[in-house]
Ligand binder design. Structure first.
Ligand SMILES: Cc1cc2nc3c(=O)[nH]c(=O)nc-3n(C[C@H](O)[C@H](O)[C@H](O)COP(=O)(O)OP(=O)(O)OC[C@H]3O[C@@H](n4cnc5c(N)ncnc54)[C@H](O)[C@@H]3O)c2cc1C
Length: 501
């Protein structure tokens, strides 16, 4: 579809964080003109998030940049919490059986480079101060760094502008929830002695401490002291961090230099509706929770992957209205689950009540030993277990993540499913090439063949890597009709499709 007359872009994204950048690349890949407005004037040097989980790396792999990001940090195959509770990631069936520890700016660099290669305009020094929508589009008010004001218009606007989201506030959307933890200290430090575990986490007395290596000599430290609760603006010094770490872990591992220190508080909040007309929210703008479990950035990027192809279909005038609404029905429950899970982990870590301390002690003593938390915990933490609801009567694969299956190769074609997903289209997997389909849906579907190991005769994978439809039907004509109906449901009817089916 042509860009609307009088519009600057089909979609304006507010915020060039991980969520906005991934979404921008996906929209551009789908032929949607897209601008990102960013308040900052320079590249981010933020190291807030440092854990990139397996599912996020898979999503990046399906965009051709998973291995690029994986090369930037330390790959940690297991998590050990509170001394004994182990989560083994190395057995996950994925190309990335670990958590990647890398500063957030590396993730943003990889995503920004991809978005720009695909033609996205990232406008810096563009502080969005307000917006209003009408029946045809959304107008965004911008303040430049010298205070000058301007406006831009698009068919849709996505607020990926973080926890303080101006877009959310401009839409008068409340952000219900509560404050979870105050005065958490965050720093990147150097150590003289390498800890025995790759990730070191424990809680003792009135404190909590966490250490993780970036792989380049710097370590991320998170420290908290119940007896020293100060506002975010209070300065932090290395002595305070050393003191907490020593009191919890028994040593500070010769901590000596810090490149970055900060004190923050964390809230648990989620907006009720991720969509209001032509305005959508994603990432921290829609949900925020404690950093325990390292889920925030991962969840935001996965919001973007879920939204991108649906919004592109809406812009192209193709997707049914319900498709865009499914962003809310699929991603809101995931955000809620992350909020609860990270909240539980945080409360266990910072436990004060005797009951919570007892539970933590029990977890230390028994769960790790008995393997009670394996392998479900690994699948949950890594994001591999995330799935979306299927309608009654649908094939059992529907809504689940499609694993990166090897393909029966033809010529220069893709060798595995996540390579086939890189153009951002649906992928039809079948044991034998289905006649008729590739021609008919040529612009939207890539048809590939897989070994007989797939538990269905045909599987249609959505552009975001989840199963849209599957069938055990043996008759090729019945399969063809099934695929058509699934595509009409997920992608809207294509010209000519009505006459044929
Ligand atoms: C201590 C800490 C540790 C964390 N560790 C992890 C971790 O290990 N793993 C993990 O997954 N997550 C972690 N998180 C959470 C993670 O940092 C966030 O979830 C993530 O940054 C959210 O990405 P986003 O793109 O949605 O928002 P942001 O990263 O906040 O990006 C929003 C962007 O919008 C811009 N912006 C804001 N307002 C405007 C405006 N009005 N106009 C224009 N631009 C605007 C901002 O400048 C910013 O660039 C951690 C968070 C904290 C605080």
């Amino acid at each position: 579809m042509e860009q609307q007359t009088g519009s600057d872009a089909d979609v304006i994204i507010v915020g060039a964080g991980p969520t906005g950048l991934l979404l921008a690349g996906d929209l551009a890949r789908a032929g949607v003109s897209c601008q990102v407005l960013e308040r900052r004037g320079e590249e981010s040097n933020l190291t807030r998030a440092f854990a990139v989980h397996a599912r996020t790396l898979e999503i990046l792999d399906a965009r051709g940049v998973g291995d690029d990001l994986a090369a930037t940090g330390a790959q940690v195959g297991g998590l050990r919490l509170f001394g004994r509770l182990e989560i083994d990631l190395s057995r996950l069936t994925t190309r990335y059986p670990y958590v990647l520890v890398t500063p957030q700016y590396n993730t943003e660099r990889v995503l920004a480079a991809r978005a720009q290669q695909l033609g996205v305009e990232i406008v810096s020094n563009a502080d969005v101060v307000g917006l209003h929508q009408d029946a045809d589009g959304v107008e965004v008010d911008i303040r430049g760094n010298d205070g000058d004001r301007s406006a831009r218009r698009a068919a849709y606007v996505v607020g990926a502008d973080g926890v303080g989201s101006t877009v959310r506030k401009a839409m008068n959307l409340s952000f219900p929830g509560k404050s979870a933890v105050q005065s958490v200290i965050l720093a990147d430090v150097r150590l003289r002695t390498q800890p025995a575990e790759v990730l070191t986490v424990d809680a003792a007395g009135d404190g909590f401490a966490f250490l993780a290596p970036f792989g380049d000599g710097w370590y991320r430290v998170i420290a908290w002291n119940r007896r020293r609760q100060l506002p975010d603006t209070s300065p932090v010094d290395l002595d305070e961090i050393q003191h907490i770490v020593k009191s919890v872990l028994g040593t500070d591992y010769g901590m000596h230099e810090a490149r970055w220190m900060s004190r923050f508080h964390s809230d648990e909040r989620q907006v009720t509706s991720y969509r209001q007309g032509r305005v959508l929210l994603a990432g921290d703008a829609a949900h925020v929770h404690s950093p325990a479990g390292g889920q925030g950035m991962n969840t935001g990027m996965q919001d973007a992957a879920n939204l991108g192809w649906k919004l592109a279909a809406a812009v192209h005038g193709r997707g049914p209205e319900a498709l865009l609404d499914s962003y809310q029905s699929e991603r809101h429950p995931v955000g809620r689950a992350v909020l609860r899970g990270s909240g539980l982990l945080l409360r266990l870590a910072l436990a004060r009540s005797w009951a919570s301390r007892l539970l933590r002690t029990l977890l230390k003593g028994t769960a790790g030993r008995l393997g009670l938390v394996q392998p479900q915990a690994a699948a949950a933490v890594s994001g591999i277990a995330i799935s979306y609801p299927a309608a009654a009567g649908e094939h059992r694969l529907v809504g689940h993540r499609a694993p990166d299956l090897p393909l029966v190769q033809s010529g220069q074609g893709p060798r595995r499913l996540y390579e086939a997903l890189r153009p951002g289209k649906f992928v039809l997997l079948s044991h034998h090439r289905l006649p008729g389909l590739p021609e008919f849906w040529r612009d939207r579907v890539i048809s590939v063949t897989v070994e007989d190991t797939v538990p269905a005769n045909a599987v249609l994978v959505r552009p975001d890597g989840y199963v849209a439809w599957a069938s055990n039907e043996a008759d090729p004509r019945a399969l063809e009709v099934g695929v058509h109906e699934a595509l009409a449901h997920w992608d809207g009817n294509h010209q000519g499709s009505q006459e044929r089916y």
